[in-house]
Design a protein. Structure first.
Ligand code: SF4
Ligand code: SF4
Length: 470
C-alpha cells in the first residue's frame, strides 16, 4: 500500500479530469434517451430501505382514509384554498402561519441537508420510493435483472417481448391509476374521489379529468422519464452544490483506502478492485468513485454492492459508506459545526414562533368595513348611527354564535341578523352602531368592537364612526 498522502494525491490528480460532469448518463451523445438498466441491488442497506418503504407505502395509502371529527387528517386542497394538517384546518386568513411554517420547513431542509446530504432523497422521497421500491421491483420481476432486460431490449418483437412489455405497461398503468386516485385524495379528499365511482364521471367530470391527467403523468414518469426527475427536474438536487460542505455525511467512496485501484492483493494497490459493481447497480448511472455528484440520490445501492465485493475478497466492508469528506481525507470525527449550530438556533426560534402562532390561533377571524356609500344617520334623541359590514370566517367544525359589543364606549350595537357562523364557512352580515352626539368630539371617531362567544372575547376590531362636522 502507498502512504495515505500519496493515495490522496493520486486520487485528486485522477479527478483533474472532470469530463464525467459534462454529460448525464440518461442522455446519449446524440441527445437521445439512454435507459439505464441498473443491476438489482441486494444487501443489508437495501433490505432496511425495503422495510422502510413498506411502512411508507402503508402510510401513503392509509392516510387519506384517516379522519378527525369527520375531516381528513391531511388535505391540501389548493382549488378551494383549504388546508388540513394533523386534523387542524387552515384558511387563507392563516397565510401568515403558513408562511412561517414554510420558512421553518425550508430551514429544516437546509439544516438536514448540510448535516446529512441527500438522505431524504434515498430514503423518503416519494419519487425514489415509488421508482426504486415499487416500479423497479416490478420491472425486475417481469423482465428480469439488468442483463435480461438488455437482452429483451435487443431482441426483435417476438411473443416473449410482446408479453413482457405488454404486462409491464398494463401493470405500470394500473399502478399509476391507483397512485393518481390517492394523490387526488390528498387534494380534494378521498370521499370526493369515492363520489366519482358512486355517481359517475359525468357528474364529476372535473375530478375525472384530473384523475386521468395525473394517471398519465405518473405513467410517463415511471415508465419513461424515471431518474431524470431527480437529475433534471428536482430543485432540491440542484441545491446540493451550495448546501453541502466537507462535514456533510453522504454516500461516499473512501479513496484513501481504495486508491490506487487495481487487482486484489497486488503490491501498492488499494482496496478497490475496479470491479465496477458499484457502477452497475447505480440507478442514475454514475461512478461514485468520481466523488460527490449531483446525480447521486444516496440510494445506498453502491454501498451494498461494494460490501459484497469486500466480503468476497476478504477486506473490511465500508469502502463505500456514509461518510463526510473530512471523515475520509482527514480521519476526523463527525463534528457539530458552527454552521449547523447557527441553523439549529434559527430553526428552534422559528419552531417556537410557529408553536405560539398555532396555540394562539383564533377560531374565528373577522373584518369590519363601513358599508360603502353610507354616511351617518340622524336618529331621535340626539343619536347618530353608522352602518357596518362584518365578514367572518369560522375555522372550526361547529356552528359559532357570536355577540358584538362596543368596547370602552357607551352606545349600542343593533344587529341586522343573528351572527351565527356555520362550521368551516364564511359569513357576512350588517349591524348599526348607535352613539349619542355628545360622545363625538370630531367628524371621525375611532371605535373598538369586541367579538364574543359565550361571554369570551375572541377578537377586538377597530372601525371609524362618522358624525357631523363639529
Ligand atoms: S452513487 Fe450509489 S448512492 Fe448514489 S445514486 Fe448511485 S448507487 Fe445510489
Ligand atoms: S464496488 Fe467497490 S471494489 Fe468494486 S469498483 Fe466499486 S468501489 Fe471498487
Amino acid at each position: 500500500m502507498l502512504p495515505e498522502s500519496e493515495n490522496i494525491a493520486i486520487y485528486k490528480k485522477s479527478l483533474m479530469d472532470q469530463s464525467f460532469r459534462d454529460s448525464v448518463a440518461t442522455i446519449t451523445k446524440e441527445g437521445n434517451r439512454n435507459y439505464i438498466s441498473p443491476q438489482k441491488p441486494k444487501g443489508k442497506m437495501y433490505n432496511v430501505r425495503s422495510y422502510f418503504s413498506y411502512f411508507y407505502l402503508v402510510l401513503f395509502f392509509t392516510l387519506p382514509f384517516l379522519k378527525i371529527g369527520g375531516e381528513p387528517v391531511f388535505l391540501i386542497n389548493i382549488l378551494e384554498r383549504k388546508f388540513i394538517l394533523f386534523g387542524k384546518i387552515f384558511w387563507p386568513q392563516d397565510f401568515f402561519i403558513f408562511a412561517i411554517g414554510l420558512l421553518t420547513f425550508v430551514v429544516f431542509v437546509i439544516l438536514f441537508t448540510v448535516a446529512f446530504g441527500r438522505l431524504f432523497c434515498g430514503w423518503a422521497c416519494p419519487q425514489t420510493i415509488f421508482m426504486e421500491m415499487v416500479f423497479r421491483k416490478i420491472e425486475f420481476w417481469i423482465e428480469g435483472d439488468a442483463t435480461q432486460q438488455r437482452k429483451l431490449k435487443a431482441m426483435p418483437w417476438n411473443t416473449e417481448k410482446l408479453l413482457k412489455r405488454g404486462a409491464k405497461i398494463v401493470v405500470f398503468f394500473s399502478l399509476s391509476f391507483l397512485i393518481a386516485n390517492f394523490f387526488l385524495g390528498y387534494i380534494i379528499g378521498i370521499d370526493e374521489v369515492g363520489k366519482l365511482v358512486e355517481e359517475g364521471i359525468f357528474v364529476h367530470f372535473g375530478t375525472f379529468s384530473a384523475l386521468i391527467i395525473f394517471t398519465f403523468v405518473f405513467f410517463f414518469v415511471y415508465l419513461w422519464f424515471r431518474e431524470q426527475a431527480c437529475l433534471i427536474v428536482c430543485p432540491y438536487g440542484r441545491l446540493q452544490g451550495v448546501l453541502l460542505d466537507k462535514n456533510s455525511i453522504l454516500v461516499a467512496y473512501d479513496y484513501v483506502r481504495g486508491e490506487p485501484r487495481g487487482k486484489v492483493n497486488e503490491a501498492g494497490n488499494g482496496d478497490c478492485v475496479n470491479c465496477h459493481a458499484c457502477v452497475r447497480v447505480c440507478p442514475t448511472g454514475i461512478d461514485i468513485r468520481n466523488g460527490t455528484q449531483l446525480e447521486c440520490v444516496n440510494c445506498t445501492a453502491c454501498i451494498d454492492a461494494c460490501n459484497e465485493i469486500m466480503d468476497h475478497i476478504g477486506k473490511p466492508q465500508g469502502l463505500i459508506r456514509y461518510a463526510s469528506e473530512n471523515n475520509i481525507a482527514n480521519k476526523e470525527k463527525t463534528r457539530y459545526t458552527w454552521r449547523l449550530k447557527l441553523y439549529t438556533i434559527v430553526l428552534t426560534a422559528l419552531l417556537s414562533f410557529l408553536a405560539i402562532l398555532l396555540v394562539t390561533r383564533a377560531d374565528v377571524s373577522a373584518r369590519i368595513l363601513r358599508t360603502p356609500g353610507q354616511m351617518y344617520q340622524n336618529l331621535p334623541d340626539h343619536k347618530i348611527s353608522n352602518l357596518y359590514n362584518i365578514k367572518l370566517a369560522n375555522k372550526t367544525r361547529r356552528l359559532i354564535h357570536l355577540d358584538l359589543k362596543l368596547e370602552g364606549l357607551a352606545g349600542e350595537i343593533k344587529l341586522v341578523n343573528q351572527v351565527d357562523v356555520p362550521r368551516e364557512s364564511y359569513f357576512q352580515t350588517s349591524f348599526f352602531v348607535v352613539l349619542n352626539k355628545e360622545q363625538l368630539k370630531a367628524r371621525k371617531t375611532k371605535i373598538k368592537i369586541g367579538v364574543y362567544e359565550n361571554g369570551l372575547k375572541m377578537e377586538t376590531l377597530s372601525a371609524v364612526f362618522l358624525g357631523p362636522s363639529l
